[in-house]
Ligand binder design. Structure first.
Ligand code: NAD
Length: 342
């Protein structure tokens, strides 16, 4: 199904650049307008070569937390759907300074959802996280699902929760056509190497130490980014207005197992593992029950953990120029401060 013009905020970041690539390759829509501030995490390289070569892709640099810029975006690019992927997304950074998280994730979402309503956007999709549900005990069968009350624990998760509430309030108050998706941890190509999987791959490839928080027994429910992107598209097309959808791939893994597998795939041994001081307030376990999206939308993940992780390691091995380019500047200094020499 092809559907008009889609605005994709944060389109130069990890998940949304994969979303834009799939949308163009598979003709999900006629035109994609990427709106991105290009923070340290947003990279035009992530949209190459489409950005130079594909006339269906338009890039606009701008800030979702700047009301005038958002108005101008929607004035000059009337859109059928708006997908809000733009966010400050790294939990560790939110612990050091939460202010940019409140500005982009909360204020930015409010400005974007309101402007979408005023400009007659048919549907607004808020891309959110399972971290809004808080944390689960390590031992237990319980999983996050749509009826579970929000209980965010980190400043990042709290800002995403605030954003979700504002979007759902726009539906309840104004009858606005919105969807919220809450997904588990993503991995795959183009992920900025401050997050667990690309950081460990990068360090293993370079023979550097792999810093493991605490006891390494933090469990995350990993999903390949392309599965997540297809799920967001499916919810945007077939979801019910005002509903939230939990997205995951039934793939719970303790961090230490993920790291051991990366060592195997990169041909390194466990002497590279180095246990470091834990993250404050570290959530123990996340796990998603996606039965609603299976049942009501008909979406299911298609990429196995084994294949997905192996192809991701391969992608980072082949794309050393991308890695070098994105780790220059701000990230270089940040990396040295937090993981320096390890
Ligand atoms: N990475 C995950 O595992 C995961 C899981 C579930 C949900 N999510 C959500 O998916 C979305 C994308 O995550 P990601 O990992 O790709 O993030 P990312 O950090 O890689 O990308 C974020 C993008 O947003 C842009 N951006 C930041 N502030 C902006 C602003 N004020 N205005 C416009 N653009 C701005 C950045 O330049 C960047 O391109 C986020 O909303 C995140 O909360 C992520």
């Amino acid at each position: 199904m092809r559907a008009g013009t889609w605005i994709v905020t944060g389109g130069a970041g990890f998940i949304a650049s994969n979303f834009v690539r799939l949308a163009l390759e598979e003709g999900w829509c006629e035109r994609v307008i990427v709106f991105d501030l290009l923070t340290y995490a947003g990279r035009l390289e992530n949209l190459a070569p489409m950005i130079e070569a594909d006339p269906r892709l338009v890039f606009v640099r701008g800030d979702i937390a700047d009301g005038e810029a958002v108005e101008e975006l929607l004035d000059s690019h009337p859109a059928d759907m708006v997908f809000n992927f733009a966010a400050e997304s790294h939990v560790d950074r939110s612990i050091h300074d939460a202010a940019p998280f409140v500005r982009t994730n909360v204020l930015g979402t409010q400005l974007l959802v309101s402007a979408s309503r005023r400009h007659g956007v048919r549907r607004y999709i808020q891309v959110s996280t399972d971290e809004v549900y808080g944390a689960l005990p390590l031992d237990g069968e319980e999983r996050f699902h749509e009826e579970r009350p929000y209980a965010p624990k980190s400043p990042y998760a709290a800002s995403k929760a605030g954003a979700d509430f504002l979007v759902l309030a726009a539906h309840h108050t104004h009858g606005q056509n919105v969807i919220v998706t809450n997904c588990s941890n993503n991995y795959g190509p183009y992920q900025f190497p401050e997050k667990l999987i690309p950081l460990m791959i990068m360090n293993a490839l370079n023979g550097r130490k792999l810093p493991v928080y605490g006891d390494g027994l933090y469990v995350r429910d990993w999903i390949h980014v392309e599965d997540h992107c297809r799920a967001v598209r499916a919810c945007a097309i077939d979801g019910q207005a005002g509903e939230t959808y939990c997205i995951g791939a039934d793939n719970e893994q303790p961090n230490i197992n993920v790291i051991r597998r990366i060592l195997e795939l990169t041909g390194r041994d466990e002497t590279l593992i180095e246990y470091v001081k834990d993250r404050p307030g570290h959530d123990r376990r996340y796990a998603i029950d996606s039965s609603k999206v299976h049942r009501e939308i008909g979406w299911k993940p298609a990429i196995s953990w084994e294949d997905g992780l192996a192809s991701t390691v391969e992608w980072y091995r082949k794309n050393t120029a991308w890695l070098e380019s994105v780790t220059k500047g701000d990230f270089g200094a940040y990396y040295e401060r937090h993981y320096g020499g390890k």
